[in-house]
Each structure stands twice: as structure tokens, then as C-alpha cells.
Design a protein around this ligand. Sequence first.
Ligand code: CAA
Length: 399
Amino acid sequence: MDFALSEEHKMIQDLIRKFGTEVEDKIKELDEKAEYDPNLIKRMGELGILGLCFPQKYNGGGFDYISLAVASEELEKIDTSLRVAVSVHIGLSGLGILQWGNEEQKLKYLSKMATGELIGGFGLTEPNAGTDAVNQQTTARKVEGGYILNGEKTWISLADVADIFLVFAKTDTTKGHDGISAFIVERSWEGFSSSPIHGKMGIRAGNTGSFAMENVFVPEENLLGEEGQGFKIAMSCLDNGRYTVAAGAVGLTQACIDASVKYAKERETFGVPIGDHQLVQRMIGHMVLKAEAGRLLVYRAGYLKNQGKRNTRETALAKWYATQSSFEAASDAVQIYGAYGYSNEYPVERYLRNAKGAVIYEGTREILEVMQGQYALGYRKDKPIPRDLPGWPFEEDAE
Ligand code: CAA
């Protein structure tokens, strides 16, 4: 077992750290004003981040899935909003098309997503269907040459930004899981509209919103996978989205360590740097454990992805542990900063606000806890599915 990062992984780390120094002041300003700046995602496209682990055949970087974890960790150290963009564009949307799309769909959409020419989104959650994803109300009615979609999706990252969305809708309301289908929907199509959600606690530099579809005609060729496979497709996309969320959360915990160590050496109380106090050492020690254990869970899930093996259990475990840990680490980082940590003069209050979201989205802490209990009891098993995420190196890129 090799835990060392490759030269390529280190290069990606380096690239994103440089990007961080370029944008850190801007991020602080955007977070304060709760504004979204489209230039940031555009820049990520220019740097090759948006197609990092898509095959080179589709204009991607051809890097492995550990690279995606490395990138997510580094992006979240800058700001959660940047990692969210990658989670949605690559994790939920792009890898969904890579796993389930046909060649025409990959050439048409993935190739442009890799360069940032098209931004991808993901529409599963509805006002009355969050964790209970099977209970969605959006419908897709079969008509000649395609489907008519009607419904509303909410808490959608990049709702006002993405050009295309993987949308889940019921093609048969009597069939439960097997009555849901997945579609690639373009924003420009008639009947599609979106609106932002204001007043978020965190991830304020990111765009989050809702979108509605009123009699949107989706051509047959934009059905992803087969009719009735939508629930499985959604869950497999979440295997990849959750992976990036987990890796990002490790980055947030690492950012808490870095900020806490710096401050603990500068700030003095009782005539000594606060780092000399054992209770401060204890808080930092716990953060280190959380970051390192979380990172190992993430890398194991990434290793399985590279092997092309199902990793739902391992990814869900990583996501649960890393996100809950990052929230606790951020709370302790604020504690270490004392009253200063409670103001936006320092980044730790932003870390705390940003950390909470990931304990809720892409699988709440509670459903992830329940899933692990069910796996242990033997009530839940990861069975073979119709199509696995392609392993790495990608077949398409082989000589
Ligand atoms: N990959 C492929 N297939 C999968 C799968 C996966 N990861 N997980 C389950 N399946 C398959 C199962 O094998 C099963 O197949 P069969 O019918 O052939 O046996 C079928 O799907 C049903 O699976 P389950 O029995 O596990 O379904 P369930 O109803 O018990 O699932 C649940 C329950 C775990 C709660 C699941 O619904 C879940 O994870 N919900 C959370 C949804 C979520 O995370 N939503 C957040 C979305 S984020 C978003 O939309 C906003 C954004 O922009 C980020």
C-alpha cells in the first residue's frame, strides 16, 4: 500500500495553491457580500480543473480519482464555494455522464464540460423530497420523439450558473425506484427557469437556487441510461459527489489546523503563546486526528474508484466522518481564536459557517449513520449495478 502522492498529484496541489493566492482576497469580499462571481469558475476551467479526471478523449486531464480528492481538498482550503462547484460539475454531473452516458452524449456534453465551455448541474432534491429521493414529484411524460418534463428542484448548487443539468423525473408513478428516469436538460430550453436562494448561513460566495420546468421538451437522445434507471443513476452520482464533499471537508479541517497553529504561536495569554496551553494543544491534536483519519477514508474510496469497484459504503463513511469532523474542527478553531474567532477579521468563522452545509447536503449525517448501521447488520448490501464508474487508467486513453 502506497500512501504517497504522485508527482501529478503534487502538481495539482501546487496549481490550486497558486490559484488560492490569486483569489483569496476576492473570496473574502464575495463571502461578505454574499455574491457569486462567474469569473472564478471560468478561471478554474482555464486551469484545467473542471475536466481533471475526465478521459483525455473527452478533453479531460485524464488524471485518476485521487487527483479529484486532492483538488477538492485544496479548493476547500481556499473556500467551500469553489469545492462545491467541482463537486457538482465533476462529481455529480460529469462523472454521471461518463458512467451512464452513451458515446454521443459524452462527445456532445462531457467534452465541453471538461474545458468549462459547459457547466454541469444536478437536479434531484425537491421541496418535498430530500433524503426521501424516491418520493419525487417531477414527472416526465413520454411523447413522440422525447419527454415533457414538469416539476421543481431546490437547493441546487449552480442553479443560476449551470448550462446543463442531470434531472431526475418520474416516467412511471406506480413503480417506485424503478419509475424514475434521468435526463440531460439544457438551461436554454423553453419552459426552464431558475432563481437564487438568499440568506444562506455559509457558502455565501457560491450560487445556490431552485429551478422549475414547465412543459420542457427533452428529446429522446437526452435520456441518460435507460428508462427506469434514474434512481440508480442518482445514487451512483452521489457516490462521486459525496467523495468530493468528503475530500473537501478534510481540506477544511486542514485549514482549521493551519489557522489554529499560526494563531496559537502568535497570541499570548498568561505571558506565553496560547499554543503552550495544554487545552489548546488538545484541540489542535483532535483536529490532526480528524484530518488524517478522514483523508485515509477518502483515499480508500478513491482507490476503489481507480479499480472501477463499487464504493457506496466506503464513500458514505468518508463523507459522514469527514464532514462531521470538519464542523467540530471549525468550532474548535473559533474557540482557539476566542472573541477574535467570532468576527470575520479571521477566516475561522467562515470555516464554521461553511462546514455546516456539508453535514446536511449530499446525504445528511443521519442517513449516512443509518446506512452504516444497516451495512453492519447485513440489511444493506452493495449489489452489482448495470454500469460501474470506469476505473483508471481510462480505457479510452489507452494507446
Ligand atoms: N449506485 C447504484 N445503485 C444503487 C446505489 C448506488 N450508489 N444505491 C442504491 N442503488 C440501487 C439499489 O441496489 C437498489 O436496486 P434494486 O432495486 O435493483 O435492488 C435501488 O437502487 C434502491 O436502493 P435502496 O433500496 O438503497 O433505496 P432506498 O430507498 O433504501 O435508499 C436512501 C434510501 C439511502 C435514503 C437514498 O434514497 C439516499 O441516499 N437518499 C439521500 C439522497 C441525497 O443524498 N440527496 C442529496 C442530493 S444533493 C442535490 O440534489 C443538490 C445539489 O445540487 C448538490
